[in-house]
Design a protein around this ligand. Structure first.
Ligand SMILES: *[C@@H]1O[C@H](CO)[C@@H](O)[C@H](O)[C@H]1NC(C)=O
Ligand SMILES: *[C@@H]1O[C@H](CO)[C@@H](O)[C@H](O)[C@H]1NC(C)=O
Ligand SMILES: *[C@@H]1O[C@H](CO)[C@@H](O)[C@H](O)[C@H]1NC(C)=O
Ligand SMILES: *[C@@H]1O[C@H](CO)[C@@H](O)[C@H](O)[C@H]1NC(C)=O
Ligand SMILES: *[C@@H]1O[C@H](CO)[C@@H](O)[C@H](O)[C@H]1NC(C)=O
Length: 454
């Protein structure tokens, strides 16, 4: 990206003064966003009019142009909360195609005013305050650069804005930026961010009260990461995923909850299993108050992790795989495949000589009780020498673990020979060198519940 962030914030202020002359003609036609590139915006900002679009439940399909003067002639209702979508300007200039989808998803959930704006918004907020809109009734939803614009406007209103949602807030140049310049928890009463491209267009540090890092926040499943991914739409696939996950959460296809953890590695290796630090209530992406966070005071820059499926609606179950083996003489690798009908999810586990307990968290399209079989393969025949792995227990449970009494599914005591895969359903085992038993596995801190074969 070519521009400096201080510059952006400057023009946010200056661009606003041109917005006051916008009027709405009689017999309103549906308004649309103009194709303005960032370059045009930089070069012509004194001449460009800032465009506000309004969508409500009364005009779901036909946006109205909006300004203070036209307030009485639009469907804007000062007694309702206002969602402000800040989309920023696209590098290529074509208008963002997702704005309407996001606005409609919001309106399906709540009867609100949805305003759409590229950058300048603070003057309008001031004016709307004069019409009786309360600052806490504003919710800014900023995409990419728009997230920092929202943060900056939040600063101007000394953090009294109700809520800011940053959808993959732009980075990395904002990473070292002063909190005055970038989105941070002091910008609104509740600030949340969804991160999907931290290693590229998105910011890598947490910037809200809570920060959802989807699939670790870097590379998204279902986005191309190899080969010639040079087309614009492919280049920004990770970056735009935050938006699509947010819309899916609004659509209510499935709960998208995050589990607090210090790092993605710790999350993936099963070191963070529940939301006890959040009083047992995992924060969820969506419009619920404070994302469902009941802590007071609110946490700050709390990282939350979740996995998704590769495509909309991105629903996934988090399955914890726990493996205990007898001490190994040589290193080994086990491929563990969970199957339901034609759906198979594979996880490879590298086993060393020093450890006997392994944990791994994986995304699965189905709930734990729907997983039909588990297959273990001792895949290290060429490079590893462990001939046979004695599995003391292999257990599956679903995260977040809501209660300690929940029972994992376990299979215990069997050997996995090199080459021969070992298939098991929860009631029988095929092709193992010893018949495994289905019974409570040996103790683990917190004690293992007994097996429920289903
Ligand atoms: C914006 O650009 C698209 C194609 O890039 C074009 O179809 C559309 O008519 C343009 N809209 C305006 C308002 O200029
Ligand atoms: C958008 O396009 C309309 C019609 O072409 C024009 O009247 C208006 O000034 C433009 N707004 C901006 C912000 O460029
Ligand atoms: C809008 O309506 C209110 C009350 O009906 C009135 O006081 C105000 O002057 C109107 N504003 C404009 C710009 O017409
Ligand atoms: C404005 O919103 C309030 C609260 O939802 C509602 O009671 C009122 O009827 C709305 N006014 C109009 C003109 O729709
Ligand atoms: C949300 O729902 C709308 C309408 O039901 C649908 O068109 C859209 O694809 C959905 N989007 C996501 C991301 O789930």
């Amino acid at each position: 990206m070519l521009w400096g962030h201080r510059w952006i914030l400057l023009c946010v202020l200056t661009a606003g003064f041109t917005s006051l002359s916008l009027g709405v003609e009689e017999n309103v036609k549906c308004a649309d966003l103009n194709n303005t590139t960032w370059q045009q915006y930089r070069q012509h900002r004194p001449k460009l009019q800032v465009q506000y679009l309004l969508l409500t439940r009364r005009n779901l399909d036909c946006a109205q142009e909006f300004s203070q003067e036209s307030l009485n002639n639009t469907h804007f209702n000062v007694s309702r909360p206002t969602k402000v979508i800040i989309h920023g300007y696209r590098v290529m200039g074509s208008k963002p195609s997702w704005v309407k989808e996001l606005a409609q998803a919001l309106l399906r959930v709540e009867d609100v005013n949805v305003l759409v704006v590229a950058v300048q918004v603070s003057i309008l907020i001031n004016q709307l305050q004069g019409h009786g809109c309360k600052l806490e009734s504003f919710h800014f939803i900023g995409v990419s650069l728009g997230a920092h614009v929202a943060g900056f406007v939040g600063t101007l209103f000394t953090g009294k804005i109700g809520r800011i949602t940053g959808l993959d807030p732009a980075g990395p140049m904002f990473k070292r930026a002063d909190v005055y310049d970038r989105l941070d928890p002091s910008d609104a009463q509740f600030v949340e961010a969804i991160h999907t491209d931290s290693d590229n267009f998105g910011i890598s540090i947490p910037v809200g009260h809570v920060d959802f890092f989807i699939n670790g926040g870097n590379d998204q499943t279902g986005c191309p990461h190899f080969g010639l991914a040079l087309m614009y739409s492919r280049l920004i696939c990770d970056h735009m995923r935050a938006l699509h996950v947010y819309i899916s959460a609004l659509n209510g296809s499935c709960p998208l909850v995050g589990i607090p953890c210090n790092s993605y590695d710790e999350f993936l290796t099963g070191q963070c299993l529940n939301c006890d630090v959040f009083k047992g209530k995992c924060p969820a992406i969506g419009l619920s108050k404070n994302s469902g966070v009941v802590l007071s005071p609110l946490p700050k820059e709390q990282k939350l992790f979740l996995l998704t499926s590769p495509s909309s609606p991105f629903c996934a179950h988090h399955i914890l795989l726990e493996l205990e083996v007898s001490p190994l003489e040589k290193r080994a690798e086990l491929g563990v495949t969970l199957r339901t009908g034609s759906v198979a999810v594979e996880q490879k586990l590298g086993l060393g000589t020093g450890a006997t307990l392994y944990r791994s968290v994986l995304a699965h399209p189905m709930a734990l009780c729907e997983i039909g079989t588990i297959e273990l393969r001792n895949t290290g025949s060429r490079f590893y020498r462990q001939g046979e792995v004695h599995v003391k227990s292999v257990c599956l449970s679903e995260l977040p673990s809501l209660s300690r009494r929940e029972k994992p599914l376990c299979v215990i005591k069997f050997n996995v020979r090199r080459g021969t895969p070992c298939h098991m359903t929860w009631s029988r085992c095929v092709a193992c060198s010893e018949a495994p038993q289905l019974a409570p596995p040996p103790s683990r801190p917190g004690s293992y519940p007994t097996l429920d074969a289903s």
